[in-house]
Every structure is written in C-alpha cells, then in structure tokens.
Ligand binder design. Sequence first.
Ligand code: ADP
Ligand code: MG
Length: 625
Amino acid sequence: RSTAEKFEFQAEVSRLMDIIINSLYSNKDIFLRELISNASDALDKIRFLSLTDKEILGEGDNTKLEIQIKLDKEKKILSIRDRGIGMTKEDLIKNLGTIAKSGTSAFVEKMQTSGDLNLIGQFGVGFYSVYLVADYVEVISKHNDDKQYVWESKADGAFAISEDTWNEQLGRGTEVRLHLREEAGEYAEESKLKELVKKYSEFINFPINLWASKEVDVEVPADDDESNDEEETSESSSFEEDKEDEEKEEDEEGEKKPKTKKVKETTYEWELLNDVKAIWLRNPREVTDEEYTKFYHSLAKDFSDEKPLAWSHFTAEGDVEFKAVLFVPPKAPHDLYESYYNANKSNLKLYVRRVFISDEFDELLPKYLNFLMGLVDSDTLPLNVSREMLQQHSSLKTIKKKLIRKALDMIRRIAEEDPDESNDNGKKDDDESSDIDEKKGQYAKFWNEFGKSIKLGIIEDATNRNRLAKLLRFESTKSGGKLTSLDQYISRMKSGQKDIFYITGTNKEQLEKSPFLERLTKKNYEVIFFTDPVDEYLMQYLMDYEDKKFQNVSKEGLKLGKDSKDKELKESFKELTKWWKGALANENVDDVKISNRLADTPCVVVTSKYGWSANMERIMQSQTL
Ligand code: ADP
Ligand code: MG
C-alpha cells in the first residue's frame, strides 16, 4: 500500500525471526498458545483499567471480554481476535519489532545451543512464533486512544504500518491474521485448532470461541433432474442464508409438489472451546495431579514434560481471605539470580476477586522466594483502587506472611516425602510403589536448582531463619558424597560435642586434605564442607541451630573435648610461643598458641574468631578485581 510506513526490525529481533523461519523445529503448535496468551494478557489489561473507569469498555460487543478464532479454509488464513486493550500505532511499532526486550538476545543465544523453541514464551518474544506457520502476518489493532492500524510483515527484515481504512472496524482490540505457509495446512483444520486450545490454553480465564462449522440435516426438494447435483456440490462452502434463498426459488418454480429429501449442509456458529472456571476456586481434593501440572505449565509458559517439584493449593481465612496456588518449578529460570537485588521478578500473579491485577507485585513474596510460581486471589483487597494504593494495603503483609509459611512447608514436604532423605535408607525396600519412586531424589533436585535461594533466605529473613536452616543441605566428612542436613548432623554428634563444625573453601577435594581437619577426623568428629561463595556470607548470619553454635574449624576458638595434657603442653612450650610471637610481630600475626586441632602437620595459620576466614578473603579479593 502506498500510504504504508516502512520500518526495519531491530537487529536482534530480525535474527530471532530468521531463526524461527528457518527452524526445523517440529512442534509448530506453540504459536497458537502464544497468540492466545497475548490476547488474554490484553484482556486482563483492559479489565483491570475498567475497574477504575467503567467507560473504558465502551458498549455493545466491545464489553464482551473474549477471544475469537476464525478460519478461512480456502485462503488458508487463520485469525485470532481479542477485545483486549489493543495497540496504538506507537505500540505496534515498539512492541512488534523495534524495541528488543531483554529476553531477545538471551533467547537467540539459547536457540543456537539447545534449540528448544518451546521456551519462547518465557523469554517474552512469543509473538514471533507466528512465523513458524505463516509467511505473511497482519496485526490489526484498535486502541481507545488511537485509530485502527494494520501492522504487516513477511518477515523479510521489515514491517509496514498503515492506517486501516479497508478492514472491518474492530471497536477495540487486536486481530492477528496468519497467512499460513504451504506446509502448515494442518492449522487450517478446525479439529486441529480445537485440539490445540484444549491442550495448551485450558487455563485461559476468558472464553475462547471458534467459528466452527457444523453439519446439519436440511430438507431439500428431491427431483430427478440435474439441478440436484449442482446443489450437492455447492453445499460445503455456502452459508445457511444463501441456501435458504435457493430453496425458496425452487419451491416457487416447481409446478408439482416436490418430494423432499435430507441432505447435509454446513452452517457456522461460535463454539466455546474452554471451561473458564478458575482452577484455584475449585476444591483441592477435586483437582487431579495432572490438572495441577498442566496449570503449572500454562502459568510458567513452560511446556516441557517436566512436572513441578511440588505445589500447595490452599485457602486462607480470617481477617484476610485469599486463595493461593504455589508451585516449585522443576528448573530454575535462566535469569533467576541476575540482578537479584534490583529486579522486580516475582512470579506470582495477583488477582482480586477473580480479576487479574498484576504479576509484578513485589509485596507478595520476599526476593529469595522469587523462584516460586503461582497466584493469589484475594477477596479482602479492594478492587477499585490503583495499583499503587493496593501496594500499600495493610492486608498484603498478612498475605505475605502466610505465603512464606506455606511455601516453606511445601519445600519441607519435598524432603519429607523423598526416600533418599531419610536416615533409614533401604528400610522401605518392599514398599516400592510408583509414588515413592517418583519422589526419590526430588529434594536433591530441588537443592541443586534452588539451594542458593534458601541460603539467601537465611541471610535475609531473620524471622524464618531456623525454618530455612532446616532446609539446608551440604556434604560433610561423614556424608559419603551425599547431601546431608543439620538435623542429620546433630543426630550423629559425639557425646560431649557442643559445636557444629564446618570448613569453607573452593571445593570438597581441596578441603578434605586440609590440615585443619586432621585431628577432628582422627577423633571422629564430623565437619561440614561449605564450598559455595555465598556460604561465607551465610555463616555470618547463621550463628546457631537448635542451641548448637557453629564453629569454623579454620578459625580461632575451636574447642574439642578436654585433654589432660593440654595444660602441660602449653606450659612446657610457653617460652617458644612467646619467642615466636615476638619474631612475627611485624607480620600481622596476633598470637601464637599451642593447638589441639592438628595431628600430623606441625603448624597452621588460623584466622581470628571475628575476622574473615581465608576463604572469605579470597572471595572478597575476586570480587574487587
Ligand atoms: P510477551 O507477551 O511476553 O510480552 P510477545 O512477543 O508475545 O511477548 O508480545 C510482545 C508484545 O506485543 C506484548 O508485550 C504486547 O505489548 C504486544 N501484544 C502482542 N499481542 C497483543 C494483543 N493481542 N493485544 C495487545 N498487545 C499485544
Ligand atoms: Mg506473549
């Protein structure tokens, strides 16, 4: 079109589109759920705005918050339309091409290594998946603040925008029109679309309607001449209204009363494809594991086959009422610890009385629990206030407190149900139900993905420190290469042992050789290995557990059981230690003492009780470089 304005895609977006177009990825289905998910987001936005401004919805069909799917089988055009917020001309330019999101390059990079396009939605670039099945796409959009525009692109590095003077006026919302590629013919089948909506978009909270064909029996005159054949060939394509006209004409023409016969005829009507009853409103006892798993997949935009590690679905009653579903994902998202302290990355969606409010609500969970997925729907929070007002609402504190408690319980349960976690391994050998098999090794998996979050929690959340410490796992001199817990450590403590011993360093192999362990191992004390840089910080906050103090064995103050020879030794080497201290006075050495921690090594350098450990110094140095 001559009036169209041309734009170039931002470079990363262009690369992404190239990858998609040339992809041999077989699961092209994913485009539909991405489009439906965008439609649903747009509907959520307009519904949210309408809470404080009723006018915004307009009238008539515009108030119907729904998604419509239509198919032109002949021309192979598939359209997905919503009555959501729509996009202004500027939105179209920015959102669909010129502004690359942070996820764009991350996704492009990921595609070059693993190539799993299924993850596209998680990176915030789901829209472009349309080019898996289409070679030409039009996005027609009408926002309340602007005229109707058409965005179009053949994915050749450029797109065009024109004011829409030729299509039907949408009123408000967006229609995405896919001109299907030759080889994507299967998506021009209603049955395929129905199957996909069932499979991927079950949990969309707006009605999804398909303009579906239906075979109906109609009575038509049965004469023996050729006109009959004509009628039969035309039936599959025409709409009912046309048909009725034809029939009437013939009726009038017929001299004799014609006999009638039944033929099949195609009519079209909207068919609702989903059940919009929200899963979280249902009784948890009536929701199956499979439904929770599917719900998780749709929330997380994670369509792998992996099950969430755990979930918790509950209703809170009392002053503050809400329902919530929380999930522990099977894997940490790619950017979990990226800019941990600045980013707003809660994965919890907030609803108030079934209306989606926001998925950027920091106030619901502390940062260290950002890896959880889920939603909260509260009846106590007010509906008709701005997001800012809501953020300050006093109920949020109560909700947060309960969510943390439930989340930590849920994580504890992963450990409790994991047969690998129990002390009496092998005891339940005869009880090998599939359920137990499924839970086996789940906590180690959790720890591997999210252990760091638990450690950050211990640092940040003083109130729940003890609960979090229970979730801590580590290896030790006695864990035999497996993970163990503080409770297990305590159960193995020697009689008379007061402290929990640990040592920090870069890796277990190095620590095992440390002279600091000599005497302790000889005397059969267990020592925890902390090898993660965050462990040093962790141990500055975790002072004790179940009335036992933590003792870094490379630091001053290590007390093993009393030895009668200690005093004697100290006395007889008094002169030597005194001389040595004097000799090292200019070397930053505070003291020289007789040690009871060594067995074979003659001497060792120990850090003071309140100073940094040698490992901490190493970490700090590597950070300031
Ligand atoms: P995401 O949905 O994760 O933001 P997408 O690539 O799917 O990423 O969509 C990009 C952006 O395009 C969306 O954030 C939204 O602003 C806009 N958009 C896409 N589809 C629609 C729609 N149906 N209605 C309104 N805006 C849309
Ligand atoms: Mg999207």
